[in-house]
Design a protein around this ligand. Sequence first.
Ligand SMILES: Nc1ncnc2c1ncn2[C@@H]1O[C@H](COP(=O)(O)OP(=O)(O)OP(=O)(O)O)[C@@H](O)[C@H]1O
Ligand SMILES: [Mg+2]
Length: 359
Amino acid sequence: MHKLLERQVKRYLGESAKLPPELAAFIAAVDDAYKGADADRLLIERSLDLMSKELTEANAGLRKELLERKHSDLALQEEKVEQRALIRKLEDVHSQLLQSEKMASIGQLAAGVAHEINNPIGFVYSNLGTLEKYVQDAFRLIDLYERAEKAIADPEVLNQLQAAKKKMDLAYLKTDLRALMDESKDGITRVKMIVQNLKDFSHADATDEWVTSDLHSGLDSTLSIVNNEIKYKANVVKGYGAIPAIECLPSQLNQVFMNLLVNAAHAIDERGTITIRTGCKGEEVWVDISDTGHGIPAENLQKIFDPFFTTKPIGKGTGLGLSLAYGIVQKHHGRLEVKSEVGKGSTFRLWLPVKQPTQ
Ligand SMILES: Nc1ncnc2c1ncn2[C@@H]1O[C@H](COP(=O)(O)OP(=O)(O)OP(=O)(O)O)[C@@H](O)[C@H]1O
Ligand SMILES: [Mg+2]
């Protein structure tokens, strides 16, 4: 008999109650019902258990899927960032390639022009030197004639002479001729310098040898050369770090330093500071040349390395300084970077490898 029913029967009908057959049949029927209900409950419990197990499994599966999706989302995002960086790098390389191609073709052109101009400029320059000597001789002779004037007895000749002197304004002619000669010589010297710059820019007659050299001594010797251009404009502050000697063409690097230093001085309107810092990182050495000058507007930053780009008045700048520097730095497998803020100043950073790659 079912335990619960047994307890009820004992409670209401006594321990050893003799039951009338109808009641016994009824209790047996109730007992069956109890047992049936128990069996049903067990079945329900078991199926509930089964269902809950299935649900837990499904839940775990879902959680795993969610985690996986989160991971793949993260991976996708990382990939996107990498792609963006790659695109930027590609753009950089592309613009560098364009720049160097432009430099190469301008270089050829410059070499040709420089070569053509070099000879005529050479003889004009040397003729000017001779002409100056002749003019000096002629003036010396005129001086002697002037002194001999008093000895002229014929008043007509004397009058003629004095009239001609007055008409020509000999005194003015003497000073102006000298000024004209000086100006012409100055002009020719400038043209010669431009031609030399063009030649250097294209490395047409580079006979330099690669040597291992200390950049600090190059910087110092360049500073002493350009001191005249700088001293009225800026105080020079040096912050030299410990850098190794590097494999380079020292005289060409000095030209880079010179151009950067002169540009820095030109950028300063009143009085300012030019700071030179050096240091190294990995297998590269860097040189910073900063100024407290007027800075470079963003729209010009792309153009300053272009040959002939200048913001200086005619006769002051050829616009070749930075393109020349760019070419030299490229030859050294280095980089030239610029940071500038209008009104605050600019910093040009030169990166150079300690050892040149073997060709
Ligand atoms: N430190 C600087 N601060 C501000 N502007 C600069 C600086 N350096 C260069 N620039 C700008 O870049 C231009 C190009 O410079 P680059 O040295 O090539 O030619 P330049 O100085 O004008 O002439 P030059 O051939 O005599 O050097 C300059 O005219 C100037 O506008
Ligand atoms: Mg310059």
